[in-house]
Design a protein around this ligand. Structure first.
Ligand code: SF4
Length: 430
């Protein structure tokens, strides 16, 4: 890819835990947006996004470490559904599908980020206490569970490259996680910024906002620049971060701060009207047969006030009507007419729920048919799914290696040490 193309493209990172087969809630919650990004084009016809989607197998262990027996099978199921809905790295070189643990650099970056992340930042993540409460049957008093938002941060920033915007598609409830990632990146960049690299202009700016006299242990005999450098190295990280910001001095961005794309996620109720979830047993799976879909549609909950056939209904509270609006996504004139008719005739009790559900099931089965045709192909050739994941993992690893080369050098300055060592050898040789 040419550099100019690369900087125009926005890098996108998004993952999913290997929970097994996916349902239509997953489709509208994430996959439909991934597909839009796969297919989005800039005015010149080139892809607008470069997307990395990963199966988060390590994340599965943060809550299910006691039984990892289904992770590999579920990984295949998840990837098969991704391909079934139309994600296709073979025809779209801007899409990469990979497995998190096949890129061990994620673990290394997680470790390095853990060195500078205050425990309190992890403890205050809103979902931490909530999940411990919800999953009381599991012992979640582990570092792996406390540290999972940090692993998420490592997953994200691994794919940030200088000069390229890094985006994470999330719903509003996930935005605080990304904000924490941004804070961690700022802290990391300030922690591992080498003050020897300060330019004289930056030093002038810093001197006006950085009070060297606070650091009494530093000899006054030294030059101002040297005192500033020494003070910098001993200053707390919060102070360093804010000092750079206040002085308007950009630190070297070893890691990129991600931005959020707030995604539109329509509410997808389960067949019983509650949120669709595997644990509620109320899901319609992307792999359900047409017969299973029709049966589930027939048994769906409707407006609870419509008890008799002659009672007028309220489509706005009925999960069946929500599905009428969801399927298909791109509506024809006939689809719009069907929805308008159901909306009208439900309110006047002209249409009964049985007929209404049949109409909805027809639309859903028609929409899902190409998804299932692709799924059947991949199910018959699971090796192809593994190959796509293997190829994607190699590609992701290539990007991760570049990031980690920058990171390792920022943390330990290996390049400087190497230069110094080779210079010293030269002197010895002379
Ligand atoms: S007619 Fe349709 S929209 Fe109205 S209550 Fe029955 S199932 Fe729901």
């Amino acid at each position: 890819m040419r550099d100019a193309e690369k900087t125009k493209r926005k890098r996108v990172l998004s993952g999913m835990r290997p929970t097994g087969r996916l349902h239509i809630g997953h489709y509208f919650g994430a996959l439909s947006n991934w597909l839009k990004m796969q297919n989005a084009r800039l005015p010149d016809g080139s892809p607008e996004y470069e997307s990395f989607h990963f199966v988060a197998d390590w994340h599965a262990l943060t809550t299910h470490y006691a039984d990892s027996s289904q992770v590999a099978t579920n990984t295949l199921e998840v990837a098969t559904d991704w391909l079934a809905v139309g994600l296709d790295p073979r025809t779209h070189d801007n899409v990469t599908l990979f497995i998190q643990s096949a890129v061990p650099e994620h673990a290394e970056l997680h470790l390095l980020l853990s060195m500078i992340t205050p425990l309190s930042w992890l403890e205050r993540v809103p979902t931490y206490k909530e999940q411990i409460e919800n999953l009381r049957e599991k012992d979640l008093g582990t570092y792996g569970f406390l540290g999972y938002p940090l692993l998420q941060s490592a997953d994200i920033v691994m794919y940030g490259e200088p000069g390229q915007q890094l985006l994470v598609p999330v719903g509003e409830d996930q935005a605080p996680h990304i904000e924490m990632t941004r804070e961690i990146v700022r802290r990391f960049n300030a922690a591992f910024f080498d003050p020897d690299n300060l330019t004289s202009d930056q030093i002038t700016k810093l001197r006006s906002s950085y009070d060297i006299s606070e650091h009494s242990g530093i000899s006054q005999e030294l030059s101002v620049i040297e005192r500033l450098r020494r003070a910098w190295r001993t200053a707390p990280l919060d102070y360093r971060t804010s000092t750079f910001a206040n002085a308007g001095v950009p630190v070297r961005k070893t890691l990129q701060e991600p931005d959020v794309i707030l995604t539109e996620t329509p509410r997808v109720p389960g067949t019983d009207g509650r949120r669709m979830a595997k644990s509620y047993g109320n899901a319609i799976w992307l792999s359900d047969t047409p017969e299973e879909i029709r049966k589930k549609a027939h048994n769906m909950m409707t407006d609870p006030q419509r008890v008799r056939r002659t009672d007028p209904g309220r489509p706005e509270v009925c999960p069946v009507f929500a599905y009428h609006n969801l399927f298909p996504e791109n509506k024809s004139v006939e689809d719009c007419a069907r929805i308008e008719r159901v909306n009208r005739e439900c309110r006047t009790a002209e249409i009964g729920c049985v007929d209404c559900k049949k109409l909805m099931a027809d639309a859903l089965v028609k929409w899902i048919e190409p998804v299932q045709a692709r799924r059947r192909e991949y199910e018959a050739n699971p090796q192809r799914v593994w190959e796509i994941l293997e190829d994607g993992s190699k590609r992701a690893k290539g990007v991760a290696e570049q990031t980690m080369a920058r990171v390792r050098n920022a943390v330990f300055n290996w390049e400087g040490a190497g230069r110094k060592a080779s210079g010293e050898r030269k002197v010895v040789g002379d």
